[in-house]
Design a protein around this ligand. Structure first.
Ligand SMILES: Nc1ncnc2c1ncn2[C@@H]1O[C@H](COP(=O)(O)OP(=O)(O)O)[C@@H](O)[C@H]1O
Ligand SMILES: [Mg+2]
Length: 370
């Protein structure tokens, strides 16, 4: 009998970060130990169609996803299975021990797919529904994190409706948050898409209109001249927290182009910071992770004002860029955890979380003793 775990690697996705997911998944696939795991590759197309093939990742990377059979995860008698559709018939591919979703952004990192795994009784790597969706909304996340006592830059949230109906009023209240420059961000996107720095009223107006094309909820916040510090967190109950790393953007801010197209941005591991600041940020990283009910992994990002040295929480990513050379894995490698060990640990944590959920009472009997 095989003692190997059946792992479903899921990648691609209906997200602006589809291509980034394929890069991360290629790294993970190469690091999954064939002695320990049977890996099944499920690709989600940009339109949201689930597909399966033995070498689906290669096929996706070559842009030929359309040729693949459709895939489904469905539980039968509480055991989740992967199925594929062949000539109109559902065929069982394998029972599932755990799903490893390497999906960034919408439908992958926002709790929606996690909900599907929960319904199909499937163990999965990473954050659950709640943590994923809170982390995905930059504004709600700041509410939750600041409640835990962690500083965030002054911000306000506006709806697309408000922006479309009464732009002057939105501009007026945005200007009350802070002097220029301000940052304008769609609440639910990543990879700097739709984000602008506005240095005056005209730029603020353009920035609001742009951001409203990408989301219904728009965040405006005080802009600073930041140092960008990132910390990796790994665990469920017991949490491993890395040293801080620093990113030195090539552009005016850390843009999409900078992240994925102009080669590696300059990084420093560990970030050159006074010990006291390092320890403060590491503590905040763990507190943030707990505040959102994180699980598995997360990268917690901070901004430090270049002039005053003051530090703020910026965002938490529950599925950060995950190649071997991404900041997330490099920070843990610096703490002595290899990429292969990281992958093993994430799978263990996913199984542990499922087992722990299994202990929760779901039926409530009325106590008749009295
Ligand atoms: N308040 C701010 N002041 C200065 N720069 C900022 C601010 N907010 C964001 N930035 C810059 O914009 C980049 C992207 O913003 P971020 O909130 O991290 O969104 P994303 O999810 O796209 O990474 C940051 O890495 C940083 O360079
Ligand atoms: Mg960011």
């Amino acid at each position: 009998m095989s003692t190997k775990l059946n792992v479903i690697l899921i990648f691609g996705g209906k997200s602006g970060e589809h291509a980034v997911s394929l890069m991360s998944a290629t790294s993970v696939l190469n690091a999954l130990d064939p002695e320990k795991y049977n890996v099944f590759q499920v690709g989600i197309t940009r339109e949201g169609r689930w597909t399966y093939a033995e070498n689906a990742l290669e096929i996706f990377t070559n842009g030929q996803a359309e040729s693949l059979n459709e895939a489904f995860i469905l539980a039968r008698n509480e055991t989740p299975y992967l199925y594929e559709l062949v000539d109109g018939q559902l065929h069982e591919v394998t029972p599932i021990d755990i799903v490893f979703p390497i999906l960034h952004g919408t439908f992958g990192e926002d709790g929606t797919i996690q909900g599907l795994f929960e319904i199909q009784n499937c163990a999965y790597v990473g954050a659950g529904v709640l943590a994923s969706s809170v982390a995905m909304d930059k504004a709600l996340c700041k509410d939750v994190v600041s409640k835990a006592g962690i500083p965030v830059l002054p911000y306000a949230i506006f709806s697309r409706q408000q922006i479309e109906k009464d732009l002057p009023a939105v501009i007026e209240s945005a200007e009350e948050i802070s002097a220029y420059p301000v940052f304008v961000k769609p609440a639910n996107l990543g990879s700097s898409v739709g984000i602008s720095k506005a240095k005056n009223r005209a730029q603020l107006q353009d920035a609001l209109i742009l951001a409203a094309r990408y989301d219904r909820r728009i965040l405006v916040e005080r802009g600073i001249q930041p140092r960008e510090i990132e910390i990796s967190v790994l665990g469920n109950e017991e949490i491993m927290v890395s040293q801080p790393g620093e990113i030195v953007p090539g552009d005016e801010f850390y843009t999409y182009k900078d992240k994925y197209h102009s080669g590696d941005p300059e990084t420093a591991i560990p970030a050159p910071l006074p010990d006291q600041v390092t320890e403060q940020l590491r503590t905040w990283a763990v507190q943030t992770f707990r505040a959102i009910d994180g699980a598995g992994l997360a990268r917690v990002d901070f901004l430090i004002d270049k002039n005053s040295g003051e530090a703020w929480f910026n965002e938490i990513n529950t599925m950060p860029g995950f190649t071997q050379i991404s900041m997330y894995s490099k920070l843990l490698a610096y703490s002595g955890l290899s990429y292969k060990q990281l992958i093993d640990r994430l799978i263990e944590l996913g199984l542990e979380r499922k087992a722990d959920q299994g202990r929760t009472l779901r039926k409530f009997e009325v106590d008749n003793e009295e």
